[in-house]
Design a protein around this ligand. Sequence first.
Ligand code: SF4
Length: 585
Amino acid sequence: MVTTIRLRPETKSRLDDIKTHPPRLGQNGTKVLYRIKDNHIVNNLRSENSAVLFMVQKDGFKPYHQGQTFLLPLSLEEFVPPNHSARIISAVVDKLDLTNLYNMYNTTVGQNAFDPQMLVKVLFYSTFEGIFSSREIENKLHTDTAYMYLAAMQKPTYRTISRFRTRFFDELVSLFEQIVMICQELGLVGLNHIAFDGSKVKANASPKKSMTKGELKRRIKKLLETAKMVDEEEDELFGTGSPFTIPEECADDPDLMKKIEELVSAYNRLVESGEKRINLTDEDANLMICKKSCLAAYNVQTAVDDKANLIVAVDLTTEETDYHQLIPMVEQVVKNTSSAPAVISADPGYATFDNYAFLKENGLYSLIPDSRHFVDTYGRPKYYPKSLFRYDPENDWYTCPAGRIMKFVGTQKNRKKQQLRLYRGNCAWCPLHLSCTTSSQRTITRHPQEGLKDEMRARLATPFGQKEYAKRITVAEAPFGNMKWNKRWTHISHRGKRKAKGECILHAIGHNLGVICRRVSVEQVQNLKSVKFLRILPRHQVNEGSSSSVFSCEGWYRRHLGGTHAESEHLRIRFGAQGWGGGVA
Ligand code: SF4
């Protein structure tokens, strides 16, 4: 078989030279590898009437010839090594249910579109690699064999990639849930300990563009004054001449008027929303304190499983604090995993009585210290902390460090209009007075749900509670470290909460794909059933020893807490036959 290569014009002229003066074999320590025939390179050395083309191999070196062609066409399978991350990510995407994505296309008109499955693979792989720029992705599609393998040598432009990414942001919630499901099937989710955390990520907006109503009013007023001044200057310059004598562009400053219109519209939106501030660049971004500086940012929430540091729930909010994020996040964990976690931990930013009550009602074993817990437990406060005053629920009184009784004396409303109960005792001639209070009498306040806090503190004081809570920081912070430091996700590129949330979920998917790539092989993923089948089957049983994740949680409690923990009973009752997620019994 003879393989030919068509020559470029410049090569042809060189060939003519070589044909006229063919170099001898072995000249300059080189070997003849190719001959030509009728201006075509022929790799059949035995062909007749051929001339020497040029020398490509030097003595002592391997042949190097950039113009070389392959005898047989290359297969895409040869582009990446056997267990490469691109293969694993490709196998994961093959298992996903992309029906909703396909339904977004109108296939009856226009040109054929790029297959969304291919675009999803490329986007997931680029996020896994820490590449977010659509232009860089397009470049990779031309230069990186892993991208070529995933795209099957197709070359969508950066505009196509960017538009697709923006369009499919809404579908990412479902894709994230499916990937968590796949991770469960792969045994990467233990649900023994879920740690919750939040981190602020800078928005694509300047904090200087965040304004209150007053600031907006002042800015509008200033611009109107400028406009007025410009008008007066123009009047002075052109007099009161007719419009025919004054150029039209001088009669009005379009840029100035545009700015004023934008500010007025932002002011109206701020009044309608009832918020305190609005950012003119990204209306949804909120001013937040990040590392001692004030930034326009979003608050990213994650729930991380301790088995493989996998993100099992993710969300993005414009609220600066985490107080109201725990309940929706716990619900999302249960929805995504169809099971209740055995232990929940979070930092004091999540400590509210409402959260404590919710966790108790649902029988979830939680470790969330209140904001004063560490100061009271490990600090050296100047005066006796409240934790040293023992409450007696039967008699409704406190016993102070001096052993005196402090009785209920009245109520008082706090800032949230909640009634606090006040307790005082007889502090006269107390030897501990100077260490207890600066006033004549110490007063202890008690919230109606203070018992929940006492229970939490008691739980955190147990050896098991301390051991589990010590895990929190390494479990919860690891994904943020990976996304922000390793993958260089320093800020959100898109504007608006919808797109920012999509970007955030995409990064969480990138992190989870990294976990999958590190821990499982291509064959393991390929051997899984597709998500369409997984959805109709009972979920993978994450905890050992039972056919139900609920009862297995109970078993887990028994093993770790000696069968004495009352919350295992709460779990059984709450999640038994009709539990919100654990109903596979
Ligand atoms: S000052 Fe009052 S509350 Fe404090 S230790 Fe003495 S008696 Fe008890």
